[in-house]
Design a protein around this ligand. Structure first.
Ligand SMILES: [Zn+2]
Length: 310
């Protein structure tokens, strides 16, 4: 069991051990007079969350809020099961995501169609959340939170059901998947790689850019990523996403010339190639593919989906 790590005043990250991988998917805890958990990962991570709370000396009854950045299963799939252990916790979720956590039938169907036989091992069970425990996170919702507030903002780009959570005390933002994914094992080597997360099926590069401009307008002290923990700096994350986005879009447009059945595969390999070239130029000598490949494939699916709809 890994121990929670403090990353800012009153803010901790619990490693969800998503799919057995360390430093993959973040679960955040803000502990002041009130307690909030941001994102839950899948039901498989519930034991890690409960152990993390215990390590932080937080009783399950003391958790006031579970705030979901968006309803992709690696962020929200475990919320229903977790809520069964947190009797006083209330859920905040984007208005476009709420019905999917209250009745997860569609989430389950679409995950089963993507993951097939692996669904159970990855996600089961996905437990419905009683409607009376759910509040819609409208744009600019303020949650009173001790000496200051948490403020929820609509931040599309990665998904239309995506919010970000602003903490007034630390002037920082929990940005989920809106502006980048990093791999701490790579970051620690000094190679600062942050990739856009362009998963299906609501990726929109213009909206992602607008959300980043909104973040910049706040001159944030820190941004906390869904994958994983704090970015080296907000500006570094945004400039990396802005660097890779046009390169990936151009490669996706090229891949659209290929037969439909091979587009995602061609694009995944093309993206891996440009990433490996960059890593070599920057002097990174580790096994890049081991860390980035799953993300590259899912992002390729989202890019092709984006062009198919265009
Ligand atoms: Zn996501």
């Amino acid at each position: 069991m890994t121990t929670p790590v403090q990353i800012a005043k009153d803010i901790y990250v619990i490693d969800s051990q998503d799919g057995g991988q360390l430093e993959r998917t973040s679960i955040y805890v803000i502990k002041r007079e009130k307690v909030a958990i941001i994102d839950t990962c899948t039901s498989k991570s519930v034991p890690a969350i409960l152990a993390g709370l215990e390590a932080l000396h937080i009783a399950p009854e003391a958790v006031d809020y579970v705030i979901l950045t968006h309803v992709h299963l690696d962020h929200a799939g475990g919320a229903g099961l977790l809520l069964q252990s947190l009797p006083n916790a209330h859920v905040y979720v984007h208005p476009k995501g709420a019905r999917h956590i209250i009745d997860p039938t569609r989430l389950i169907e679409s995950a089963r169609s993507v993951y097939g036989e692996k669904f159970d091992a990855f996600f089961d069970p996905i437990v419905p959340i009683p409607e009376h425990r759910v509040t819609l996170a409208e744009h600019k919702t303020r949650i009173p939170f001790g000496e200051a507030a948490l403020v929820l903002y609509d931040t599309p780009g990665h998904a239309r059901h995506h919010i970000s959570i602003y903490d007034e005390v630390t002037n920082s933002m929990f940005i989920g998947d809106t502006a980048g994914v990093q791999f701490p094992a790579i970051t620690r080597t000094g190679y600062e790689l942050v990739l856009p997360s362009t998963s299906p099926n609501q990726y929109n590069p213009e909206e992602m850019e607008q959300s980043m401009q909104f973040y910049e307008s706040l001159a944030l002290q820190a941004v906390f990523l869904g994958h994983y923990a704090a970015a080296p700096s907000p500006q570094q994350a945004f400039s990396q996403v802005r660097y890779w986005t046009p390169i990936w879009l151009a490669l996706a447009e090229e891949a659209m010339q290929e037969a439909e059945a091979v587009r995602v595969d061609k694009l995944s390999h093309a993206i891996l190639r440009v990433l490996e070239e960059d890593a070599e130029k920057q002097g990174y000598t580790g096994d890049l593919k081991q860390y980035v490949w799953d993300d590259v494939v899912v992002s390729s699916q989202g890019l092709i989906d984006y062009y198919q709809k265009k």
